[in-house]
Design a protein around this ligand. Structure first.
Ligand code: 8YV
Length: 316
């Protein structure tokens, strides 16, 4: 490593992002957080900026390996992996990448709803494996247009999902921790369980972290109608996964479509074998266009702090 580098980047960056981190910031790039402790002290000593991409917990112990650290720039809107209190205590600014990914994540939520309800994965397999040609039966799907959509967490991403599903003629229900101004006809609910009871598709769009840990509890899942589907594009931590698996296995709810799970990238094996579960590998923001914008915002945040300016999107 070049021991004069002021920026260290950690994560599985694309080739383009990797090159930009090196060209624009002279960054040294490590594949994952585990490699940090192996860096010689002389290479860590001068690091002022950390470009972080990943979901492994980044706490005070890691920050203390970088004594000159001034900024942690997260590649993502959700920064629940970063101990912001520990950063505060060390005078380290934390930044994230809000807004630039909201459309993509909302698009993916809609895709999950449609794919689950209309059996897209099974339908494609039916053609590919010759089931169609042999005249085998394929179960009917469920209608999406006009179904009740419940949004748990009406923040930036939740709102984008609601707007999209409203265009499908779906009555919009929501729960939010703060009052929201919404179009006429949308229904606010007092509790997540009350929302669940009025949702054919319950879409989780909460922030991650301690405040929402297990918010989709056994009680919330139990309140869902029997033919309802749980969709999660936020964080696996928001869902009591044991309760979800039990409800799915017992036919208490119709299914789940999840872009996020608790133990990524190695989810609970029971989820892999249950029917009516559609799992994606946390790809909400994974488009060429959006990832480029996230990476550019991450670099702008770092460049600003290194110049002594206020970064565009700080969280503390
Ligand atoms: C990840 C995300 O950051 O923005 C978020 O909160 O979860 C994603 O965009 C991305 O997968 C990189 O880890």
């Amino acid at each position: 490593m070049n021991s004069t580098s002021r920026t260290l980047a950690i994560g599985p960056y694309s080739e383009t992002d990797h090159r930009a981190l090196v060209d624009e910031l002279g960054a040294v790039v490590l594949p994952g957080l585990a490699a940090l402790a192996d860096l010689p002290q002389r290479d860590r000593a001068g690091v002022e900026a950390l470009a972080y991409m990943g979901h492994a917990p980044l706490g005070g112990a890691q920050m203390d390996l970088l004594p000159a650290l001034r900024v942690i720039a997260n590649y993502g809107v959700g920064y629940d992996a970063i101990d912001v209190a520990a950063a505060d205590a060390r005078g380290v600014v934390v930044t994230n990448t809000p807004d630039v990914l909201s459309e993509d994540v909302a698009d993916l939520a809609v895709a999950l709803i449609l794919a689950h309800a209309r059996g897209l994965v099974a339908g494609a397999a039916h053609v590919a494996t010759g089931g169609w040609a042999r005249g085998r039966p394929l179960p009917l799907g469920r209608k999406v247009s006009g179904a009740r959509v419940g949004i748990l967490g009406l923040g930036r991403i939740g709102r984008e999902i609601a707007d999209r599903m409203a265009a499908f003629g779906c009555p919009i229900h929501y729960w939010s921790r703060s009052a929201k101004s919404v179009p006429p006809g949308w229904t606010a609910h007092e509790t997540p369980a009350a929302l669940a009871a009025h949702s054919d598709f319950l879409v989780v769009a909460l922030v991650g972290g301690r405040e929402t840990e297990g918010m989709v509890s056994a009680g919330v899942i139990g309140a869902m109608p029997r033919d309802a589907v749980l969709v999660n594009i936020s964080r696996g931590s928001t869902v009591d996964e044991d309760a979800l698996i039990e409800a799915l296995a017992g036919g208490r709810i119709a299914g789940a479509a999840l872009d996020v799970m608790r133990n990524e990238p190695d989810p609970d094996a029971r989820l892999l074998t249950l029917p009516n579960v559609l799992l994606l590998p946390h790809i909400g923001s994974a488009t060429v266009e959006t990832r480029a914008e996230m990476a550019a915002l991450q670099r702008r945040n770092i460049a600003a702090v290194l110049k002594g300016e206020r970064p565009p999107t700080p969280v503390n």
